[in-house]
Design a protein around this ligand. Structure first.
Ligand SMILES: Cc1cc2nc3c(=O)[nH]c(=O)nc-3n(C[C@H](O)[C@H](O)[C@H](O)COP(=O)(O)OP(=O)(O)OC[C@H]3O[C@@H](n4cnc5c(N)ncnc54)[C@H](O)[C@@H]3O)c2cc1C
Ligand code: SF4
Length: 329
């Protein structure tokens, strides 16, 4: 039996100072849909749980620059069905609704969503070596069963993927993560928030131990006319992505002004390649042009046996997603 203390934080400052004292042994709990599973599996064994649900971080509000601020404690359901999200950022709604189940989305929060941990089977199985769970023990997936694992940005220490659907759409839209710590507030671009595994796969992201996510900012450009979130998975619902694609296009008639493309299910973080996206600037939406971008995105991809199929799958998913996005009116 693992015992831990539980307290509720009524103010952001007290939440942060409690976390600063507890450091890694203290954990914030929001919806609890990931953390509690990890505690039951004995993957996470916090000594202190700090419940952040009383904090005033549930609102979704327009920002002065024409964008939208999603409170870290806004639920995935409230976010996906929010009128302005649906109108200005339908890509976000579509990505959220492609994930989990209605019950989970009612509990899951936007901050917790981007902090959820990998679904690597070995990470959950404390009887097996795993560098992410226990640094220095090795990676069971590289020579094990790795069907759901990464093909891009991997290292010899870890080939896990990041499982969030919402994070992929946030990366495509270039959202910003607002955080508060003992040193004050800072904003982290979504693309710099998650990390590649390198030699430190136990670190999923660049949040400091004393920092709390307070909100996520969406920039004004929501690509609401031409977008798609395509999720390829083993079952049509209630399954994580094998490969997903968030595609967003800004079009002038039949000409692409700007393209955004982020992949999920293929790396330790949402995968963006701005230089490959730029190949579409000024081009028409043809299968050939989209195929060239897909080839560039998967350049250097590496399969590990069971997951090698993802390389071709990702290329085809990119082309399909871009064709769907460009044909929307
Ligand atoms: C069966 C099942 C299926 C699922 N399917 C999908 C899917 O298809 N796609 C998908 O994207 N997700 C899926 N999920 C994951 C689900 O979306 C996440 O569990 C959820 O979004 C996490 O949010 P939460 O508020 O419950 O986080 P919690 O479990 O409360 O917290 C998660 C982590 O974030 C930390 N944390 C939470 N909020 C903050 C904050 N504001 N600041 C700092 N740290 C914080 C916690 O300390 C913890 O480490 C699934 C989950 C389950 C159980
Ligand atoms: S892929 Fe990463 S999470 Fe999975 S076993 Fe290897 S080190 Fe652990």
């Amino acid at each position: 039996m693992h015992s831990f203390s539980y307290s509720r934080a009524e103010e952001i400052a007290s939440a942060v100072s409690k976390k600063a004292v507890g450091q890694q042994a203290a954990k914030f709990i929001a919806g609890g849909t990931n953390l509690l599973d990890l505690m039951k599996a004995k993957v996470e064994l916090p000594q202190q749980l700090i419940d952040i649900n009383p904090l005033p971080l549930k609102s979704i509000e327009a920002t002065e620059n024409g964008g939208l601020r999603l409170g870290a404690l806004a639920t995935n359901a409230d976010t996906a069905y929010h009128e302005q999200v649906q109108q200005q950022y339908p890509l976000i709604s579509q990505a959220i609704l492609a994930g989990a189940s209605a019950q989970l989305r009612n509990m899951a929060t936007d901050g917790g969503n981007i902090l959820q941990r990998t679904r690597c089977y070995y990470f959950y199985d404390t009887a097996t070596p795993c560098n992410k769970r226990e640094p220095g023990t090795g990676c069971s997936a590289i020579n094990g069963f790795n069907r759901i694992h990464a093909i891009l940005g991997t290292s010899e220490h870890c080939i896990a993927t990041h499982p969030s659907d919402m994070a992929v759409a946030l990366a495509a839209l270039e959202a910003t993560v607002n955080v508060t710590g003992t040193n004050g507030e800072r904003s982290i671009p979504m693309l710099a928030f998650h990390r590649l595994p390198g030699s430190t796969p136990h670190l999923d992201n660049n949040l400091q131990p004393d920092e709390i996510i307070t909100s996520l900012d969406l920039p004004p450009q929501g690509f609401a006319q031409h977008y798609t979130y395509l999720k390829i998975r083993d079952r049509e619902s209630y399954a994580f992505a094998l490969v997903s694609v968030a595609a967003a296009l800004d079009m002038d008639g039949d000409t692409i002004r700007e393209a955004r493309l982020a992949l999920g299910g293929v790396a330790h973080k949402p995968w963006r390649l701005p230089e490959a996206e730029a190949m579409l600037n000024g081009k028409t939406p043809t299968k050939e042009n989209f195929g060239a971008v897909a080839t560039a995105y998967l350049d250097g991809a590496q399969g590990y046996g069971d997951n090698t199929f993802k390389i071709e799958l990702a290329k085809r998913a990119i082309v399909r997603a871009l064709l769907q996005a460009s044909s929307k009116k």
